[in-house]
Design a protein around this ligand. Structure first.
Ligand code: ZN
Length: 261
């Protein structure tokens, strides 16, 4: 073997080794998540089946769309540095009361300045005096300056009318869709003057009929007076919602939009 041929083959061996090494480290190294989600999930109680179903659905969604979800069950860990690690905050049926003062302040700042996105479900509008706690006025304004008044304890099925089909969170949804057996909270006023309504429930479609109504009744909305991409979705009592393709489409769209993707 001439020296030139020897050098050439040595070079080839080295290149091959480097390529193999690179390929191996590349495949062993997981792709970093596109974004990180923090979810505050109500522990136990009547909404446990919904929260449990949400966790199962979110695990699959996170794998498919390359994000991670961390869970907390109270507000003690929340401060500025904690929230700064995440791009999206999901309030899985956690109420807006009994938050620590540090968590309250950190959350308000993150939403006002848009350093985090937000999706809130169901209990997130339990605005008023509950369990011995006073109302959080900032949160009430965030939700359109409302106070919780009643709910339908017997559950009724209703038709949701999509009002803004061009909003990214409403992508691929039909003009209207049915939500079965919901509690349909009512509030002291329609939030329409203070928020951008994405969908409302047609109370005339309630089955069975009930007297618990509020008239103009928004159920999905976003507050455009804060910098954070935010969406409130009223539905969130029963785990069967995760069998409803309109609900899961809405949740999926909301995640990608609110996380800024
Ligand atoms: Zn409920």
């Amino acid at each position: 073997m001439t020296l030139r041929l020897y050098c050439a083959s040595l070079q080839l061996v080295l290149i091959t080794a480097l390529v193999l090494l690179f390929a191996r480290s590349g495949s062993a190294q997981a792709v970093p998540p596109a974004f990180k989600v923090i979810a505050i999930a109500e522990a136990g109680g009547i909404h446990k089946p919904f929260v449990d179903a949400a966790k199962v659905w979110l695990r699959k969604e996170a794998q498919a769309y390359n994000f991670t979800v961390d869970y907390i069950e109270d507000t003690k860990p929340i401060n500025d540095a904690f929230l700064a690690q995440y791009q999206l905050f999901i309030q899985l049926n956690y109420p807006p009361y009994n938050w620590t003062p540090t968590a309250t302040n950190a959350f308000e700042q993150a939403i006002e300045h848009g350093t985090i996105g937000w999706i809130g479900f169901h209990h997130a509008t339990l605005l008023g005096e509950f369990d011995g706690f006073t109302m959080w006025p900032w949160f009430s304004r965030f939700m359109g300056d409302i106070r919780f008044t009643q709910y339908i304890p017997t559950f009724v099925t209703g038709t949701v009318l999509v009002e803004d089909r061009n909003h990214p969170a409403m992508k691929a949804l039909p003009r209207s869709f049915k939500i079965e057996d919901e509690e349909w909270y009512t509030w002291n006023r329609s939030q329409r003057a203070n928020v951008h309504v994405l969908a409302s429930v047609d109370e005339n479609t309630y089955t069975p009929v009930t007297a618990i109504k509020m008239g103009d009744h928004p159920v999905i909305w976003t507050n455009e007076h804060v910098k954070a991409r935010n969406i409130y979705i009223f539905m969130g009592h029963h785990p069967e919602l995760f069998q409803n393709p309109e609900f899961t489409t809405l949740f999926h769209n909301s995640i990608l939009w609110a996380a800024g993707r």
